[in-house]
Design a protein around this ligand. Structure first.
Ligand code: ADP
Ligand code: RBF
Ligand code: MG
Length: 210
């Protein structure tokens, strides 16, 4: 019996039978893709934030590489290096959830409507972005809200309340996008618990200056 592999998909073998007749044989289908993505829980962390949370971060929003919106369809407001120490001291690199607030600079220069300056749910990436092989650690926050405009230079306060997952290396941009979309759902569901919602009115956010 001769077996010839074709280059066509799905994978097919051509079997030459003793009669000389050729018949195609379908290969066993691949096992289901048991990736991290397909088996993720959509709610994570305890019902009330536990140590080391909450972790408080703040600083002016900086420019990054401009990849979040363009490459991933997910803009991330980057904090400066000076804002990293509370995360470095308390937590491992990874993806986190919590609340954040963009506060307009002093004076009449703010163009953001009031609804953009509320305390909002967020997902945060903290680490080396292995997919992009960054050489510097970053802390980047995506707020789950449609903003009227960009807010570079504005101050951002953030309260990190829980851990979602480690930073991963991906073989495709699509897989990273898929996981980020799921992270957003996880953040919203995980924050919709009374033990987390109370942090929206924490003095860290409501006080004028902290
Ligand atoms: P960069 O690499 O400069 O951070 P991004 O493509 O990640 O560029 O875009 C981030 C910028 O997009 C933020 O600094 C902010 O001004 C703006 N932005 C608009 N909507 C959002 C949002 N929902 N979350 C975070 N940033 C946002
Ligand atoms: N980058 C990675 O290399 N691996 C990740 O697992 C990863 N997860 C992310 C999860 C979220 C919710 C967000 C907002 C970003 C994530 N990133 C990750 C970071 C992404 O690479 C970064 O935002 C872009 O490089 C734009 O700066
Ligand atoms: Mg960014």
């Amino acid at each position: 019996m001769t077996v010839v592999e074709t280059t066509e998909l799905p994978a097919v073998l051509l079997q030459t039978e003793s009669s000389g007749k050729i018949r195609p044989v379908l290969l066993e289908p691949d096992l289901p893709d048991q990736t991290f993505r397909t088996s993720r829980p959509d709610i994570v962390g305890p019902d009330v934030p536990d140590k080391p949370f909450p972790i408080k971060l703040s600083g002016p929003v900086q420019h990054g590489f401009g990849r979040g919106s363009k490459d991933l369809g997910c803009p991330t407001a980057n904090l400066p290096d000076e804002s990293l120490p509370p995360m470095i001291a308390a937590a491992q690199t990874g993806v986190y959830y919590g609340y954040a607030q963009v506060t307009p600079p002093e004076g009449p220069s703010s163009t953001l409507p009031v609804r953009d300056t509320c305390v909002l749910p967020m997902v945060m990436s903290f680490g080396w972005n292995p997919f992009y092989k960054n050489e510097r650690m970053t802390v980047e926050i995506h707020l789950l809200h449609e903003f009227a405009s960009d807010f570079y230079g504005y101050n951002m306060k953030s309260m990190v309340l829980g851990y979602i997952r480690p930073e991963l290396q991906y073989t495709s941009r699509e897989a990273l996008i898929e996981d980020i979309e799921f992270d957003k759902k996880v953040a919203l569901k995980s924050l919709a618990r009374p033990g987390y919602e109370v942090y929206m009115t924490d003095p860290f956010f409501t006080a004028q200056q902290l």
